[in-house]
Design a protein around this ligand. Structure first.
Ligand SMILES: [Zn+2]
Length: 271
């Protein structure tokens, strides 16, 4: 599943190809994604892309009269290809441009979304309840401590809660807690401000490192095959239950939290 770094790399990958380009056509081949693609998406024909932003895992393609939102869901990919490239299975949506290229959205499982915010208004409130971006200044020292006060929720579940901070998915929550030496089951409200500040710095670092690593895949966004925006990363704990810790050789353990797998080192993670 694409997480924040993949979506950010996707944004970086498509931006140079579609920024300031004028839409010549919109093609909806399969309307029924997570929500139906609204008719209003056709209103972008003749308009230029003014910016491509990201909020949490939503890509926001902005035009003068509204915003086209794309979410990759579980299995979605987008790429910018020659507009006449033959259509493949699961190619549900195209934004074609006057420079003969098209942004093409492919999603086998169809949990992704293409929506339209007229006048940039988020009528469904998709973005309204989201917490701060982890790479922004709003997510800084003191913030997690403030939010965690008196909270009896496990720190991992807390980190993965969108009203607290967005975009820290299961992989990055596991990895950041390992690097911070914090057990995933520790209750958020019991951790010191210093530990939570360290955790804040580490979350930023693991996400930035992943984005940097994804930079090697930027060329994939203009190729018709492959899986642009999905990149293999060197992970310390995620997916390694039962294997040896790279740091201390202890066997990594696994627990289930909120229906998600948490893997940790009982030696390196102490609190
Ligand atoms: Zn260890």
């Amino acid at each position: 599943m694409p997480e924040l770094p993949e979506v950010e790399v996707c944004r970086l990958g498509i931006t140079p190809h579609i920024l300031n380009q004028k839409v010549s056509n919109v093609v909806v081949r399969h309307k029924q994604l997570r929500w139906p693609i609204p008719e209003e998406v056709h209103s972008v024909v003749g308009h230029e892309v003014l910016s491509i932003k990201r909020r949490s895992k939503y890509l926001l393609i902005e035009f003068s009269h509204g915003t086209l939102l794309i979410h990759l869901g579980m299995s979605g990919t987008i790429r910018v290809i020659a507009a006449n490239t033959p259509v493949a299975k699961h190619d549900h949506f195209d934004l074609a441009f006057t420079h003969q290229k098209a942004l093409r959205f492919n999603d086998p499982r169809r949990f992704g979304a293409v929506l339209w915010f007229a006048e940039h208004k988020d009528e469904q409130g998709l973005l309204a309840k989201l917490g701060p971006e982890p790479l922004s200044e709003n997510f800084s020292h003191g913030y997690l401590f403030q939010k965690a006060k008196n909270r009896k929720v496990p720190i991992k579940t807390f980190l993965m809660s969108n009203p607290i901070v967005v975009g820290v998915g299961n992989i990055y929550a596991n990895e950041a807690l390992f690097k911070a030496g914090i057990l995933p089951a520790s209750l958020a409200g019991t951790l010191s401000e210093q530990r939570l500040n360290t955790l804040t710095d580490i979350i930023k670092k693991v996400l930035n490192d992943a984005i940097e690593q994804g930079g090697t895949t930027l060329k994939d966004f203009t190729q018709a095959d492959g899986r642009p925006g999905y990149f293999a990363q060197k992970l310390q704990v995620y997916g390694r239950a039962g294997k040896k810790c790279f740091v201390c050789q202890e066997i990594l353990e696994e627990i289930r939290q909120a229906n998600r797998s948490s893997v940790f080192c009982p030696n390196c993670q102490t609190e």
